[in-house]
Design a protein around this ligand. Structure first.
Ligand SMILES: NC(=O)C1=CN([C@@H]2O[C@H](COP(=O)(O)OP(=O)(O)OC[C@H]3O[C@@H](n4cnc5c(N)ncnc54)[C@H](OP(=O)(O)O)[C@@H]3O)[C@@H](O)[C@H]2O)C=CC1
Ligand SMILES: Cc1cn([C@H]2C[C@H](O)[C@@H](COP(=O)(O)OP(=O)(O)O[C@H]3O[C@@H](C)C(=O)[C@@H](O)[C@H]3O)O2)c(=O)[nH]c1=O
Ligand SMILES: [Mg+2]
Length: 302
């Protein structure tokens, strides 16, 4: 399979490159491929001659986006649409990622793909408009709405918690925001599983459209942090207590949804993909970051 992936050093881009090892994957980010620059997209399309185009690039700095809306929209809405349109012009299917932050979190139950979006911040709005722009630009698009993405590389909550655990005597983490972590490797597995059908399917096939895919089971950021430190402790990492706090005790520039849990039954029905247990994926991530539990690393090891 020949793939063009927008994004190279990002979490999902790197997981895709690993999952599609043995296939022809061209993964590019600025300056080689800038979603906001149509000429660079054309050049990348020419060079890669892909059968499938995947957009793993995005503006993902949730707080910074509040003061940087123009760039967030340029990348997450217009840039995504540029790439989707370039794929459509060549008759190619397109895979894109979106976020639980398109929801306001007030439903009180897991969100399905049929639920109305209502983002609370600039990042979520830019991603929501990106979804619509992508589907309009390329009817052969599959959008994976995911959440709380982590991996051994890049900036993410796992790495933040390990760093804070090494530095502080106690961690304080919000316990009233619900959702589920998703490991980039599990998203790459999903793309790998979906790809053959999307290559063959015509516009209108049920395989295209929006799909929710997070890890399971649902938890809170505090629940996630506690599991990270518990599993890290098994690997000899320093493990200070994790104190549950309220969102009001942890002010941030952007408001996060209080309950962005995603109902993932549609992707299971249509594509046969089941949510991965994030605790097992976390273990594999920590094996890479710290070492296996049996490594017997010293207390306080990084
Ligand atoms: N991270 C998360 O928690 C979640 C992510 N998602 C979505 O999943 C997808 C992948 O996210 P993730 O892998 O975590 O993201 P990362 O932030 O790890 O990587 C994003 C990549 O996009 C690149 N990029 C930024 N601007 C442009 C541009 N104009 N043109 C080309 N590339 C660009 C970045 O390059 P550089 O670093 O040089 O700017 C970076 O390599 C995104 O669509 C994101 O919205 C959904 C839910 C949760
Ligand atoms: C570092 C830290 C964060 N928090 C809180 C803040 C916030 O409510 C929550 C998550 O923190 P972060 O800022 O790391 O995560 P955030 O940047 O909000 O992560 C989001 O990124 C974008 C790209 C997405 O699409 C979302 O699905 C989601 O993964 O944890 C604490 O309570 N204590 C802490 O020590
Ligand atoms: Mg970079």
């Amino acid at each position: 399979m020949r793939l063009l992936v927008a994004g190279r050093e990002g979490q999902v881009a790197r997981a895709l490159a690993a999952r599609f090892a043995g296939h022809e994957v061209m993964a590019l980010e600025p300056p080689a491929l800038d979603l906001t620059d149509r000429a660079s997209i054309e050049a990348a399309m020419q060079a890669a001659a892909p059968e499938l185009v995947v957009n793993a690039a995005a503006y993902t700095a949730v707080d910074r986006a509040e003061d940087d809306a123009a760039l967030a929209f340029a990348v997450n809405r217009d840039g995504a649409a540029n790439l989707a349109a370039a794929a459509a012009a060549r008759g190619l299917p397109f895979i894109h990622f979106s976020t639980d932050y398109v929801f306001d979190g007030r439903k009180g139950a897991p969100y399905t793909e049929a639920d109305a979006t209502s983002p609370l911040g600039v990042y979520g709005r830019s991603k929501e408009e990106g979804e619509r722009a992508v589907l309009a630009a390329n009817p052969r698009s599959a959008i994976l709405r995911t959440a709380w993405v982590c991996s051994p590389t890049g900036g993410n909550f796992v790495k933040t918690m390990l760093r804070l655990a090494a530095e502080r005597d106690a961690l304080r983490v919000v316990a009233d925001q619900h959702g589920a972590p998703t490991f980039a490797a599990d998203l790459a597995d999903a793309v790998f599983a979906m790809a053959p059908r999307l290559l063959a399917a015509a516009a209108g096939d049920e395989g295209f459209g929006i799909f929710h895919l997070s890890g399971a089971p649902h938890t809170t950021w505090h629940g996630f942090a506690s599991e990270i430190l518990a599993q890290a402790a098994l690997r000899g990492h320093r493990h200070p207590p994790v104190t549950p706090i309220a969102t009001s005790d942890y002010p941030t520039r952007a408001t996060r949804p209080a309950d962005g849990r995603l109902d993932c039954t549609k992707i299971t029905r249509v594509h046969g993909i089941a949510p991965a247990d994030w605790r097992a994926s976390l273990a594999r991530c920590l094996d890479e970051l710290i070492g296996p539990p049996s490594a017997g690393l010293k207390e306080g090891a990084p």
